[in-house]
Structures are given as C-alpha cells and as structure tokens.
Design a protein around this ligand. Sequence first.
Ligand SMILES: [Zn+2]
Ligand SMILES: [Zn+2]
Length: 351
Amino acid sequence: MKAALFHEDHTITVEDVPIPVAGAGEALLRVLECGVCGTDLRIQAGEFLARGYPVRAGHEIAGRVEAVGEGVAKVRVGDLVGVNPNAGCGACYWCLRGRPHLCPDMKAVSLDSPGGFAEYMTAPEAQTLVMPAGATVDAAAMLEPTSCCLHGIDVAEIMPGDPTVILGGGSIGLILLQLARHAGSAPMVVVEPREEKRALAMELGADAVIDPNGLDEVALRAKVDELTDGGAQVVIEASGNGRAAAAAMGLARRGATVLFFGVQDPALELPLKPFDIYHHEITIRGAFTNPLTDTRARAMLATGRVKVEKLISHRYALDDISAALDAVRKGETVKAMIVFEAAGGLLGGLR
Ligand SMILES: [Zn+2]
Ligand SMILES: [Zn+2]
C-alpha cells in the first residue's frame, strides 16, 4: 500500500509499505479521507511531539473497516468509522479523574502508531467510532476536530444569550461557531481576515463578521463593543495567531471568559494585568484535545447540527500531500482533505 512518510529534513515521500494487520482489539481500516491539520505542519517542521522520524502522520481519519482482530465486538467489517486518535494511560492521576487529555503518557494515533495518510491503518476498537447510517465520509473525517471544538465549548461554559466573539474563521473557528450557536451564544461575531471565510461564517450562523485588516486593538475593541453592546461575555481565540491572542483579553467585558483554543507559538509571551483579572473577574481558560467528547461530536455531526461539508475547500490525492501541506501553511484552505482512490470516484472532483 501507499503511505506518506514525514522525514526529519522536512520532506514528505509517498512509499510502498506493507499493509498492517489488525492485532487483538484492533480494527484494520481502509482510509477514505484524512484531513490535513496544523499539527501536521508542526510535525513536518519538526517542532511537535514526534517520537522519531520518519512519522506516519494523519489523525483526522474516515475509514471503512476491512478486518477486525481478536476480541473486537463493537466494530464490524464494512462500517464507516471515524477515529479518536488520543488515549490516556488509564491509570494516572489525571486519567482517574476524568481528564485523560492531561495524561503525561497520552498516546496518539499518527505519533505513537501509524496514522491516516496511508491507504490502510489500524486503530484500537475503543478509538474507532462507528458512524450512524447516512453520515457522510466528511463527517467521519471531521470527528476529531469537532470533538476538540466540543471540549472548547464545554470549557467556555456559554449560557444562552452570551455575546461571543471568535477570533479566527478557519475550519476550527467555523466548527466552534456552530457549536457556540447551539450552546446559545447571541450575538456571535467572527473576526477573520480572509473574505471567503467571513462569508462562510455568516452562512454558518454568525450575526456579524469583522475584517481585522488595518484595525489596531483599540479599533477592534470599538467594533466588538458596538456589535456586542459592551464587549464579549465569551472570547474564543481560535486562530493560533499571536496578534489575535494579544487582542483577546481586550475584547472581554466584565465577568467574561477568555478561552485560548488556537495553537500558539510556544515562545509567545503576553502582558497580563492581574488587577483587571481581579477587578473584572475575568476567567482565562485553555482547551486541549478532546477528552470524552467523541461520541457527542459524532451525534452533532450525524444529525447535521454541525455541518462540515462546506468547510472542505480542497481535496488532494495522497501523491500530492506536499502541495496540500503547502496550501494549508499559506492559509489558502479552509480545510484540506487527502482523499483516496479507494473511496470511489472522489478523485474526479479534485481541486
Ligand atoms: Zn487536527
Ligand atoms: Zn494517564
């Protein structure tokens, strides 16, 4: 089978490798689609988590079950499945307190075992989620990002009627937007520099969008104040952009929650005014990965409450994976997918 290998010198090659075999408790998946994520750029750049190169990346996986290993009972051959790539050890302080995403020994498909930029892969049964009848392949592939966004929404603790600002209208910002809408955010404002993403935000339920180009922090605050009648109750930084992170605190009203969701440069430092946090009772939160949110994300996707089809702006064959990562790096995509010929007819529509 063909698989993409990410090398230490930042190149990616597509090579012939053996088809894996499902071990006990595992499913063998024929990969139908696999999303390209910012994390993949970091793996390519060599800055992220990789335990040793070459890395078999790809963690936003839609697959068809081809075979199951010994003891597998809930996943059957032929099922359309999504994959939750992350699993805690099950035995540490955090795992035993319901926070497996903070496990120091968390294992991830695509880092600790081969991922989805390949024609076949294996996944543990407990991390292989059968999609209900009628669910799309795109929905299965977007299960992981949606489950991460759902954790962000849990942490943001939105109440119906909370004015909410989302910084960043990429695929993650646009999933957060849809989930925030269901949580009751009102009004919802998305700040996004690219025109086509602002248009998608309006289509997916934003009440207003702001183009931050040419706005300094004071001007941005003024716009948000006007649109939210005095500032956001919930501010979600979903861009990973340092300037957006710096602006986020300034958009909060008294008593607000500011959620840092986007993956920022680990070296970024921002000034903090402890007096303001005390006096205005500001809550600052982070949200990392997808603890115990995968089946809820599946329900939101399968019922169409979260729509992902319109977010997928680019589809590439596995052989073009380097071009796919380049496009993602340049911000040209909303969501780029690697699609496989085995998915049937999909390659005809490649852009
Ligand atoms: Zn991802
Ligand atoms: Zn653990």
